[in-house]
Design a protein around this ligand. Structure first.
Ligand code: GDP
Ligand code: MG
Length: 730
């Protein structure tokens, strides 16, 4: 046990680690206790959130550290490793284990493991309100006696029991030795083996006996925990004869034996302390699961619900995206021009601020509603308990192809935007699966590719617009699965862990937790991607305008770059510098492909017809008015989600002009080839940042760029040359 350190004000600081299953109410509890004092950072080296708060409590200071939510303390997921390393290395004074009272057995499985660390534990019996509603009675006294841990019922959503929780923490800190957790028995044979090991370690490796909780270390060696064996250099043979007997007796690997023993403890405890009403009608959860997990209905329901999330996210955010677009391209731009005129700033500066900075910031902002809407609906699915079912349903199908079932969720999210999809790979337990999934996510056709499709389909395939665009999505999925299988067979050999998931009960997520989690997910995008993409849009502006004063865009740096790249693209059917330049800028973000084409193909002369700007007050009125319209449209969209939006409605007045120029520069075949290329070639810059952010290295982004560029070239080549051979035109 560590001696509590002293804070600046001379108060004793008690360090409290808050642990618990995902969805047990940890975030709600901590936010309730800490409020605005909560500070969010990252755990060193990884992107998992680390939340901390320092509270004054009587004559003490309490430091709360929020550990990642886990079901276990085995070394299989990043979250589990972080939680366990923290507990072992930092040796907090007290652990608060947030337990979902409606799911006692599953939650006690973690509690059993926390107790082994020889740190006093306070169990917060959370969701006590729901347990009561179900008629559950949990006897706290026997739990306290059997576990040697304090037990405090809480209702995090109403901040009930938090005071008692802190009181218990303070009391324990006064006399930690009096509150040492009980040792739970794994049964005679395992206990004998563990005791032998403990003696050996104490005698031969006294340093380890100091550094680790001794019994825990012994148990880890028995279950051949690779991480601990690697860290200490100890061998399981240390346990000698006893282990040999154990293995023989159980004819199963020790890890499963120990896991079974823990489950037995958790379920035994549950049986002792939990009184469930005798005759319980099939609960709502069971009723829903009968349908949702039905062999035949499961998949259609899953696909439909993902489609709905995807559609709702875009329908609700689209009006706001348009609104941001309107504000940044209209009033903001006019104001910047007006300011430039008043201050007599040089032409280049004015162009940089209006086209580069405002265009750039507007571009970043335009992503924000989509991201947050997407995160909101996904958080809803997670919080409601459906996401766990979705993963469960997909697992079998994906496993047949050697892929991890859970990979499918992030891949589907990729339809919206590849960036949150990459972040969503966090739900995968092991790094191999995370990387593999992230590598194929950019093949999923994200929303940013849509403008390109709409432009080209409008120019060439307007009678089959729907089918043409649909074919892009299908192609994306097909190639992603194919590449997934190839990667699995080459770069990432090895079995995916079979993924066992307990299905939490369905529950209506509260507004508070929806907002907290949506914000937690979305803020990464705001902070990191925002800064990078902002810088890059300025760079693009320079590339299109340098050397300063170029009369023809063809002679700008970008234009010249396009001329260099163009011959490489000739075999694909679009070897002109305009297409090449657009593709170069499209590396930043695929919407820019259309933007650049627009700039290249529209004539300079159009700038002449400038109207005098409207007065400021009128602008402000319009901004507010259009915001209300956007809000109204978002609501209307939600209600009309099932109607098919016609593409013709998206036509803009200048579109016709651009379209005819596209018709002049491409053929239907080369246009289709171009669409395929845009679908498949390098992920955008924001995705690059997500890659870097998730994996801490550029390596995997490099791999994605390289293989996708080759893939895009090959597939477009086959389509274009194949099409030509089949007589589909040049
Ligand atoms: P975390 O994953 O452990 O951080 O869990 P959250 O704090 O996000 O909570 C999961 C869900 O349970 C949210 O919808 C919460 O509003 C809800 N919740 C948390 N604590 C309680 C509680 O004591 N009672 C009830 N009824 N709901 C709760
Ligand atoms: Mg949480």
């Amino acid at each position: 046990m560590t001696i509590a350190t002293t804070s600046k004000v001379g108060k004793k600081t008690i360090t409290v680690a808050v642990s618990g299953n995902p969805n047990s109410g940890k975030s709600t509890l901590i936010n309730g206790i800490a409020g605005t004092r909560l500070q969010v950072g990252n755990w060193p080296g990884v992107t998992v959130d680390k939340k901390e708060a320092l509270l004054e409590y009587g004559d003490k200071a309490i430091r709360l550290v929020d550990l990642p939510g886990t079901y276990s303390l085995s070394p299989y997921s990043q979250e589990e490793v972080i939680a366990r390393d923290y507990l072992i290395r930092e040796k907090p004074d007290v652990i608060i284990d947030v337990v979902d009272s409606t799911n006692l057995e599953r939650n006690l499985y973690l509690a059993v493991q926390l107790l082994e660390l020889d740190i006093p534990v306070v169990i917060a019996l959370n969701m006590h309100d729901e347990a009561e509603k179900k008629g559950y009675k949990i006897d706290t006294k026997p739990v306290e006696e059997m576990l040697g841990a304090r037990v405090v019922p809480t209702v995090a959503t109403r901040n009930e029991g938090t005071r008692e929780l802190l009181e218990a923490v303070a009391e324990i800190a006064e006399d930690p030795l009096k509150h040492r957790p009980r040792t739970l028995s794994y049964g005679d044979d395992i206990e004998t083996a563990a005791a032998t090991l403990e003696t050996r370690i104490r005698k031969d490796y006294p340093a380890f006996a100091e550094q680790y909780p001794l019994r825990w270390l012994a148990l880890k060696i028995l279950e051949e925990d690779n991480l601990i064996l690697g860290e200490t250099g100890l061998r399981e043979s240390l346990a000698g004869e006893a282990l040999h007997h154990l293995k023989k007796a159980h004819s199963e690997d020790m890890e499963s034996v120990m896991a079974d023993a823990r489950y037995a403890l958790a379920s035994g405890l549950t049986r002792e302390v939990l009184k469930v009403p005798e005759i319980r009608k099939a609960e709502l959860t069971e009723k829903i699961d009968k349908i949702v997990l039905n062999r035949f209905l499961a998949m259609p329901i899953f696909l439909a619900s993902m489609w709905l999330v995807f559609k709702l996210a875009f329908d609700t955010s689209k009006p706001f995206v348009d609104w941001i677009d309107l504000v940044t391209t209209g009033p903001l731009k006019r104001w910047a021009e007006a300011i430039a005129a008043i201050t007599h700033s040089p032409a280049w500066l004015s162009s940089l601020t209006t086209d580069g900075v405002i265009g750039g910031v507007g571009f970043v902002l335009a992503f924000v509603p989509v991201i947050f809407a997407m995160m909101f609906f996904i958080t809803f699915l997670e919080g409601s308990g459906y996401m766990a079912r979705a993963a469960f349903v997909m697992d079998r199908a994906m496993h047949k192809m050697g892929l991890h079932g859970k990979s499918f969720i992030p891949m589907l999210l990729g339809f919206g935007c590849n960036v949150p999809a990459i972040y969503a790979t966090r739900t995968l337990e092991n790094t191999k699966d995370k990387v593999l999934t992230s590598l194929v996510i950019p093949l999923m056709s994200c929303g940013a590719r849509l403008p390109v499709y709409v432009l080209f389909v409008g120019a060439f395939f307007s009678t089959h617009a729907g089918t043409a665009i649909w074919s892009m999505y299908v192609l994306g999925i097909a190639i992603a699965v194919l590449m997934g299988v190839i990667f699995k067979k080459t770069l990432f050999k090895g079995e995916s862990p079979i993924f066992i998931m307990e299905l939490p009960p369905y529950r209506m997520p509260t507004a508070q937790s929806l907002l907290i989690h949506t914000w937690e997910k979305g803020r990464h995008f705001l902070i990191k991607a925002g800064t990078y993409i902002f810088a890059v849009s300025i760079l693009v502006w320079f590339l299109l305008n340098l050397p300063w004063g170029v009369a023809d865009k063809k002679d700008s740096l970008l234009g010249r770059g396009g001329q260099i790249v163009a011959p490489l693209l000739a075999p694909l059917g679009f070897g002109n510098w305009e297409a090449a330049s657009s593709l170069i800028t499209g590396v930043v973000a695929k919407e820019i492909v259309v933007g650049t084409m627009g700039e290249i193909y529209t004539k300079k002369a159009e700038e002449a017809q400038k109207e005098p700007p409207p007065p400021l007050s009128e602008d402000l009125r319009e901004i507010c008015f259009s915001f209300f319209t956007a809000t109204k449209n978002a609501v209307v969209n939600v209600f009309s989600t099932f109607k098919i939006v016609s593409l013709a409605a998206e036509e803009d007045p200048e579109g016709g002009n651009l379209r005819s120029r596209i018709r002049a520069a491409f053929t239907p075949l080369s246009g289709y080839s171009f669409m395929v290329f845009v679908l498949l070639y390098t992920p955008c810059i924001v995705t690059a940042i997500a890659f870097r952010h998730e994996f801490g290295t550029w390596k995997w982004f490099g791999v994605a760029c390289a293989y996708q560029t080759v893939l895009a070239w090959l597939v477009s080549f086959v389509i274009y040359q194949g099409g030509k051979l089949m007589g589909l035109g040049g």
